[in-house]
Design a protein around this ligand. Structure first.
Ligand code: PLP
Length: 420
């Protein structure tokens, strides 16, 4: 056992817990002190196949014994080609050209560079409350909280922010909210960034860090239509919502739209660093060789893990499980909301579920959300908060989660809410 303390760990890492984890299995994490935790964070929406899924572990072990680094510029490797094959079976067929990197932020940077290269236009429109990363480029695209940018401004220019239909926050009917947001988006194109200088609109189909906000029907369809009208590319950021999280492979599938450029990361390799930019070949053809890349992008072991991850999701019917367990979770939280008015809103798709806490005066209640998260941790359940006020608890179990584990999580959560 290491004797190192946290003293030399940079404080820039926000720490939710004080325990040192030793291993994980399925829905559970195990700490050095012997305690077991039901992990409904999935390491921030990454371990969609659960911790140490045997199939993924076997693929990693086998690949690590053969080749650990097979740099893509120097020699293409079999696992990357196999991963493209696997992804092509689950991504819309129009998205047929693939680029891989390591982290979500890198994929977003790549997608933006691709959009600029393909259109010859400079600007990008993002949506209020989105999170796209922490690099200088991506924090300029991120508006979910000021903490991600305070102290680092000025940021990259050419970024314009349109409203996202956060129905609970605005307090309007869903259709009114959608109509208003689309009108503001049109207005932005008239008043701040002309269509002919706008390369792309970049959007999360469901806001992640921004509060697990599901847009009502009509919004993404409206954004898609505006992009088509003006020759603007639509980049859909599926870094948190993709890889089966919402009960479908990709969040965009719930809204009947198809992106021009898709970004993925987090769940793709069950925890190994891997991300991707997928786009139509005719767009990728504008991306001149050498103008983007990276030493580690598309690592061979991570790609092998990605192939095993997709196979596990398909063969173990994990999308179906995510839908069934998501319904169980939403139903349980819905019943609790009827009994506990501090839960102002319950929303989500599949196993991407959020419960927003509101004080009796109607204001966002961060203190209540934090107290519930801490009490749940004491009782062995790991949860995260999100949203601009940090008052939404997000529940992100693995897609492998069982009915009994959801029940266990709901019981702990209900106990903590009742003690508020
Ligand atoms: C939607 C979305 N985009 C981008 C990112 C950035 O990914 P990374 O932290 O891997 O850079 C995140 C991370 O939370 C995310 O949720």
């Amino acid at each position: 056992m290491t004797t190192a303390s946290f003293e030399h760990v940079s404080p820039v890492w926000t720490r939710y817990t004080d325990f040192v984890v030793t291993h994980g299995e399925g829905s559970y994490l195990y700490a050095r002190d012997g305690r077991r935790y039901l992990d409904f964070t999935c390491g921030i929406a990454v371990t969609n196949t659960g911790h140490a899924h045997p199939r993924v572990v076997a693929a990693i072990r086998e690949q690590a014994g053969k080749l650990i680094h097979g740099q893509a510029n120097l020699a293409m490797h079999e696992p990357m080609l196999a991963l493209i094959d696997s992804l092509r079976r689950v991504v819309h067929p129009s998205l047929d050209s693939y680029f891989f990197s390591n982290s979500g932020a890198e994929a977003i940077e790549g997608a933006l560079k691709l959009a600029r290269a393909a259109t010859g236009r400079p600007n990008v429109i993002v949506f209020q409350g989105s999170f796209h990363g922490r690099t200088v480029g991506t924090m300029s695209l991120t508006t979910s909280k000021t903490v991600y940018r305070a102290g680092y401004q000025p940021l990259m220019p050419g970024v314009f922010v349109a409203p996202f239909p956060y129905v609970y926050r605005y307090g309007w009917e869903p259709k009114t909210t959608v109509d208003w947001c689309l009108e503001e988006l049109r207005f932005l194109l008239m008043t701040q960034t002309a269509p002919e200088e706008t390369a792309a609109m970049l959007i999360e189909p469901i806001l992640g860090e921004g509060g697990y906000v599901v847009p009502p029907p009509g919004f993404l369809e409206g954004v898609r239509a505006l992009c088509d009208e003006h020759g603007i590319l639509l980049i859909v950021d599926e870094i948190q919502s993709g890889m089966g999280r919402t009960g479908r492979w990709w969040g965009y599938e719930h809204f009947g739209i198809v992106p021009d450029i898709l970004t993925l990361a987090k769940g793709i390799a069950s925890g190994l660093p891997l991300s991707g930019v997928i786009a139509r070949e005719e767009l990728m053809e504008h991306w001149k060789a050498g103008t983007h890349g990276g030493t580690f992008g598309g690592n061979v072991v991570a790609c092998a893990a990605g192939v095993a991850t997709i196979a596990a999701i398909q063969e173990e019917h994990l999308l179906e499980n995510a839908r069934a367990r998501g319904l169980q979770l939403m139903t349980g939280l819905g019943h609790l909301q009827e009994e506990q008015p501090r839960i102002g809103d319950v929303r989500g798709l599949g196993l991407m579920v959020g419960a927003e806490f509101t004080a009796p005066d109607g204001k966002p209640d961060k203190a209540a959300a934090k107290q519930v998260v801490h009490e749940c941790l004491d009782q062995g359940l790991m949860l995260l908060t999100c949203g601009p006020w940090d008052n939404t608890i997000r529940v992100i179990p693995p897609l492998t989660v069982s009915e009994a584990e959801i029940q266990e999580g709901l019981a702990i959560f209900a106990g903590a809410v009742r003690r508020l």
